[in-house]
Design a protein around this ligand. Structure first.
Ligand SMILES: NC(=O)c1ccc[n+]([C@@H]2O[C@H](COP(=O)([O-])OP(=O)(O)OC[C@H]3O[C@@H](n4cnc5c(N)ncnc54)[C@H](OP(=O)(O)O)[C@@H]3O)[C@@H](O)[C@H]2O)c1
Length: 288
């Protein structure tokens, strides 16, 4: 019998691809956008859980605006901590598995070696703190959890760095892009596959899941333009030249130790994933 999976944030970048992939793999999927399920409303959560009775929850909804979170502190915690608490408590009450998507921003980025799942966390900003608060609620309330930390997410549905670069290239001949933050771009399609591999198992715990390898935003921008055959001058700049409200980790490369230890495939190199994304989204490449 097919399992019933409830996916939050189904209008977001990741939630959209998770719904699609699980459906293709014969799960009964109930995708919930904010209109159908406001995760901050406990009554709403309880009512949906009663209706759907899922055996797996993939929680992709989040407050994701890193800069705005610095001034919108309570809403960031309300969504990322309280909303997560509402879902995870309801999941535990019916014995369901719970997948919580978290972030590389739980680390401060002071390191110079990839962060594995057993290293101490130390977020720099409100967004990272609120996502970590969500993680802590998951670990304390669920007995069947997967915490999946990812980074630099892009996909077909929604806005992201790849789309922004392509859009900016339509009316500019040169761009300044930060070259002193290193991380790993992650394609939502690949991350959805990784989540699919996890939910089949009882290998609960914390996982780092990003495409393999690493780059700076400047290197990522160059790769995007090369792959899309766009001729544009990209200038490397420092974070100091690009002031933003939220401080970001300068090094947030994730090591996928838990995937390896649990014999679950790591994701392909980010360059391959980017190539595939641009191929699938050919219409994004306007300027040649
Ligand atoms: N984007 C990244 O670079 C990145 C990096 C690391 C980790 N992550 C994590 O990966 C996950 C997926 O990210 P994403 O890029 O797919 O995010 P996204 O595109 O911003 O989608 C998040 C979704 O959550 C929904 N949402 C917000 N508040 C809600 C509420 N109160 N009730 C129900 N839904 C609500 C939003 O709905 P609306 O559309 O109505 O606003 C949106 O559709 C998140 O947990 C995020 O923290 C993302």
């Amino acid at each position: 019998m097919s399992e019933v999976v409830l996916v939050t944030g189904s209008n977001g970048q990741l939630g959209y691809d998770v719904v699609k992939l699980l459906e293709e793999n014969n799960y009964i999927v109930v995708g919930c956008n904010r209109e159908k399920l406001d995760i901050t409303n406990l009554d709403n959560v309880k009512q949906i859980f009663e209706e759907v009775n899922p055996s797996i929850i993939v929680h992709c909804a989040a407050y994701t605006n890193v800069d705005q979170a610095e001034s919108d502190v309570e809403l960031a915690y309300k969504v990322n901590a309280i909303g997560t608490r509402n879902l995870v408590a309801s999941a535990e009450a019916i014995g369901a598995k719970f997948v919580y998507i978290s972030t590389d921003y739980v680390f401060d980025g002071e390191g110079s070696e990839p962060y594995n799942e057993f290293m101490p966390t130390s977020p720099l900003g409100v967004y990272g703190h609120s996502k970590l608060a969500g993680e802590e609620l998951v670990t304390s309330l669920s007995t069947k959890y997967f915490i999946v930390r990812t980074s630099w997410v892009y996909g077909s549905n929604g806005n992201n760095f790849v789309k922004t670069m392509l859009k900016l290239s339509e009316d500019r001949n040169s761009l300044n892009v930060v070259n002193d933050q290193r991380g790993c771009p992650t394609y939502t399609f690949d991350l959805a596959e990784c989540i699919l591999n996890l939910i089949n198992t009882e290998k609960y715990g914390i996982y780092h899941a990003s495409n393999s390898g690493s780059c700076t935003w400047f290197e990522f921008a160059n790769a995007i333009f090369n792959e899309a055959n766009i001729n544009i001058q990209v200038n490397p700049v420092s974070t100091l030249e690009f002031p933003r409200p939220a401080k970001r980790p300068s090094y947030s490369v994730l090591d996928h130790m838990s995937l390896r230890l649990n014999e679950i495939p790591e994701m392909r190199p980010w360059q391959e994933a980017l190539r595939n994304f641009l191929k699938v989204n050919k219409s994004l490449e306007k300027k040649v």
